[in-house]
Design a protein around this ligand. Structure first.
Ligand SMILES: Cc1cc2nc3c(=O)[nH]c(=O)nc-3n(C[C@H](O)[C@H](O)[C@H](O)COP(=O)(O)OP(=O)(O)OC[C@H]3O[C@@H](n4cnc5c(N)ncnc54)[C@H](O)[C@@H]3O)c2cc1C
Length: 552
C-alpha cells in the first residue's frame, strides 16, 4: 500500500483528496463500480470534521424551517439505507422535544413539523412521532424544568455512536474493492497543464518522502478536503479561483457524566438565550451536549471549544434540567469541528444551507477537478453516488449502476445473526461475554477477527484497563488490519478509549507494551508517540480552563 515508487508508475481514474466520511464514501462507491481509485488523507482517516459530529444520522428536523424539503427527504432516505447497510453502527434513537410556552417555536408548529417529517420518511422502519401532553412529559421526564412546559414531541432518528468507524469501514471496503487508501499523506501541490490537473505532489507525513501521482485527461480529481477545500485549491501552481468555496462554521460539544435528572433518551431543546435547538444525547454511558454554530476562519488543525461555548451549553442544560447543576468541573472533555458549509452572504450560521454541492471547476478552466462543498455524515453515501456518476460522465464512459444502496458495510451484522451466536460459543470460555458483546458493538461481524487474535496470543484477551471492556487484541488489530499508525489513531478513531476515562491516559502503558511486544514498535517510538498523544489531547479535547488548572 505505501509503496510510493509503485504508485508513481500507476495511472488512476479517480484521485480522492481527503479521507473524511465523504472522501471515503466516494472512494468506496468508485472502487465498487470499477474505477481505479486512490485516496490520500493528510492525517488519519476521519481525523477532520468527521470525528466531531453530534453522531446523529438524521433527517434534519430543523431544516424544515428553511423549507429544505428535498434535503430532509434525501437525509431520511439515507437514514433508512444506513439502518440496513450498517446495522452494527447505526441504530434508531428516540428524541424528545420539550415545548415551552415561551419557545419561539409554538406547539402547533412543532406538531406540523413532526407530521411533515413523518410524511417525508414514509418508507421508514422506525415509528412515527407522537405528541405528549404536559402530564405525559412530566411522567417521562420528571427532571425537566416544568415552568411554562406545555408538552413535547417524540420522534425517531438514528445514532452512530462510532462515527469514526463508519468512515473507516468505508475506507476498508474501498480497499477491499481495489482502491489504494493512504493516510498520513498530504497533497502539497496541484500541478496544472493544458486545462487539467496533471500531477499531484504528495508528502508522506510519517517519513517526509515526497512523490507524485499522475493525473491528466483520463483522471478525475476529487477535492473532498472538507473545510480545507480552499487550502487544497490554493496549493495549485496556477490559480483556480479567487473566491472561497467554503464558509465553515465551528460547532462544539461538551461531554459530561450522567447527572441528576439526566434523561434516558435524547432531548432536542430550544436554547432560551438564542432560540437555537441543541441536543442532550446519551453517548458511551455519558452525555454528549451540543452544539454551537459560529463562523470560523482560524487554524483548521487546532479547533477547540472556547470557554464561552462551554458555558453556553452548561447554562442551557441547567435551565432545561435544573437538577443537573452542571459546572465547568463537570465537563470531562469537549470536541469541536468545522462544518464545510458553502461560503455565502447569509448572516445567520443556522440559515446556511446544509445541502451538498459538487463544484465542477471546468467553468474555471480546470476540466478534471470537482470539489465537494458541504455533505453531512448522514448523506455521505448519496454524495458518493452522485460524485461517481459525475466522474464517469467526465471520463466519457457509460455510468454503471451504483451498489451502495444495498451493499452492506464490512462489519454489518444484526443482533439475531446466527454467526454472532457461533462467535460467542467459540470465545466465551476465553473472553467474558460482556467483552464479546462490546466488540460486536464496535466491529460488528469483524469482532470475530479481533477475537481470533486471542487464540494466537492469550495475553491479547486481557483487558487494557481493568474497569473497561477494551482488550489488547484491539490494539494489534488496529495496526495490522485497520491502517492505524499512531497512538491517537488507536485510542481516538479505531477504538474510543480516549473518550472513556481520563482521556485514555490510564490505558497508555498497556497499549504501548502491547505495541512493543506484538507490533514491533521500539521503545523510542512509544515514547515519541506518548508525547504526541498528550499534545493531541491538550490541543483538541482538554478545555483551556482545565489545562490551566492542571498546569497550576
Ligand atoms: C459540530 C458538528 C456537528 C455535526 N453533527 C452532525 C450530525 O449529527 N449528523 C450529520 O449527518 N452530520 C453532522 N455534522 C456534519 C458532518 O460531520 C460533516 O459535514 C462531515 O463529517 C464532513 O465530512 P468531510 O469528509 O466532507 O470532511 P472532513 O471529515 O473534514 O474530511 C476532510 C479530510 O481532508 C483532509 N485533508 C485536508 N487537506 C488535505 C490535503 N492537502 N491532503 C490530503 N488530505 C487533506 C483532512 O485531514 C480531513 O480528514 C456535524 C458537523 C459538526 C462540525
Amino acid at each position: 500500500m505505501r509503496s510510493f515508487p509503485e504508485i508513481q508508475n500507476q495511472s488512476y481514474d479517480l484521485i480522492v483528496i481527503g479521507g473524511g466520511i465523504n472522501g471515503a464514501g466516494i472512494a468506496r462507491d468508485a472502487a465498487l463500480r470499477g474505477l481505479k481509485t486512490i485516496l490520500i488523507e493528510k492525517g488519519d482517516f476521519a481525523s477532520g470534521t468527521t470525528s466531531c459530529p453530534s453522531r446523529l444520522i438524521h433527517g434534519g428536523l430543523r431544516y424544515l424551517e428553511y423549507f429544505e424539503f428535498n434535503l430532509v427527504r434525501e437525509s431520511l432516505r439515507e437514514r433508512e439505507i444506513l439502518l440496513h447497510t450498517a446495522p452494527h453502527l447505526v441504530r434508531p434513537l428516540q428524541l424528545s422535544v420539550p415545548i415551552y410556552s415561551d419557545n419561539s417555536r409554538p406547539y402547533r408548529l412543532i406538531q406540523t413539523g413532526m407530521i411533515l417529517y413523518d410524511l417525508l420518511s414514509f418508507d421508514k422502519s422506525v415509528p412515527n412521532h407522537r405528541m405528549l401532553s404536559f402530564a405525559e412529559v412530566r411522567q417521562l421526564f420528571r427532571a425537566l424544568n416544568p415552568k411554562a412546559l406545555k408538552g413535547a414531541a417524540q420522534y425517531y432518528d438514528a445514532q452512530v455512536v462510532y462515527a469514526e468507524r463508519l468512515c473507516l469501514e468505508n475506507i476498508l471496503s474501498a480497499q477491499d474493492a481495489g482502491a489504494t487508501v493512504l493516510n498520513y499523506v498530504q497533497v502539497t501541490d496541484l500541478r496544472q497543464s493544458q486545462g487539467h490537473i496533471s500531477d499531484i505532489i504528495c508528502k508522506d507525513q510519517l517519513t517526509g518522502e515526497e512523490f507524485k501521482i499522475s493525473a491528466g485527461e483520463q483522471t478525475v480529481v476529487a477535492n473532498t478536503a472538507g473545510p480545507w477545500v480552499d487550502h487544497v485549491l490554493k496549493s495549485s501552481d496556477q490559480p483556480i479561483r479567487k473566491k472561497r468555496l467554503i464558509g465553515g462554521t465551528k460547532g462544539s460539544h461538551i461531554i459530561v457524566p450522567a447527572f441528576p435528572g439526566a434523561p434516558d433518551t435524547a432531548l432536542y431543546v430550544e436554547a432560551a438565550s438564542d432560540n437555537r435547538p441543541f441536543f442532550i444525547i446519551p453517548w458511551l454511558d455519558r452525555y454528549l451536549i451540543g452544539t454551537t454554530d459560529i463562523p470560523f476562519t482560524g487554524d483548521l488543525d487546532r479547533v477547540k471549544a472556547e470557554d464561552q461555548e462551554i458555558e453556553y451549553l452548561i447554562t442551557e442544560t441547567n435551565r432545561t434540567i435544573p437538577t443537573a447543576c452542571l459546572t465547568l468541573e463537570s465537563v470531562l472533555y469537549t470536541y469541536s469541528g468545522v462544518r464545510p458549509l458553502p461560503s455565502t452572504d447569509e448572516k445567520s450560521p443556522a440559515g446556511i444551507t446544509r445541502k451538498h454541492i459538487l463544484h465542477d471547476h471546468a467553468s474555471e478552466g480546470v476540466a478534471n477537478l470537482i470539489s465537494l462543498i458541504g455533505g453531512k455524515l448522514t448523506t455521505y453515501r448519496q454524495v458518493g453516488e452522485e460524485y461517481v456518476d459525475a466522474a464517469y460522465r467526465k471520463l466519457g464512459r457509460a455510468v454503471p449502476s451504483c451498489h451502495t444502496r444495498k451493499k452492506a458495510l464490512p462489519g454489518a451484522i444484526d443482533q439475531t445473526d446466527s454467526a454472532r451466536a457461533e462467535v460467542v460459543a467459540q470465545y466465551q470460555s476465553r473472553v467474558p461475554l460482556a467483552v464479546i458483546d462490546y466488540l460486536f458493538s464496535l466491529y460488528g461481524a469483524k469482532a470475530s477477527e479481533v477475537l481470533a487474535l486471542t487464540e494466537q496470543f492469550s495475553d491479547l484477551g486481557e483487558s487494557i484497563v481493568p474497569h473497561q471492556l477494551d482488550i489488547k487484541a484491539q490494539v494489534v488489530y488496529a495496526v495490522d488490519s485497520e491502517l492505524a499508525h499512531t497512538l491517537v489513531d488507536i485510542c481516538c478513531r479505531r477504538t474510543l478509549i480516549a473518550m472513556q476515562g481520563n482521556y485514555g491516559f490510564d490505558a497508555l502503558s498497556a497499549i504501548t507494551e502491547t505495541l512493543v511486544k506484538h507490533c514491533g514498535w521500539s521503545q523510542e517510538r512509544s515514547d515519541l508517540q506518548l508525547a504526541a498523544y498528550r499534545t493531541h489531547i491538550q490541543t483538541h479535547y482538554q478545555p483551556d480552563y482545565a489545562l490551566a488548572a492542571a498546569q497550576a
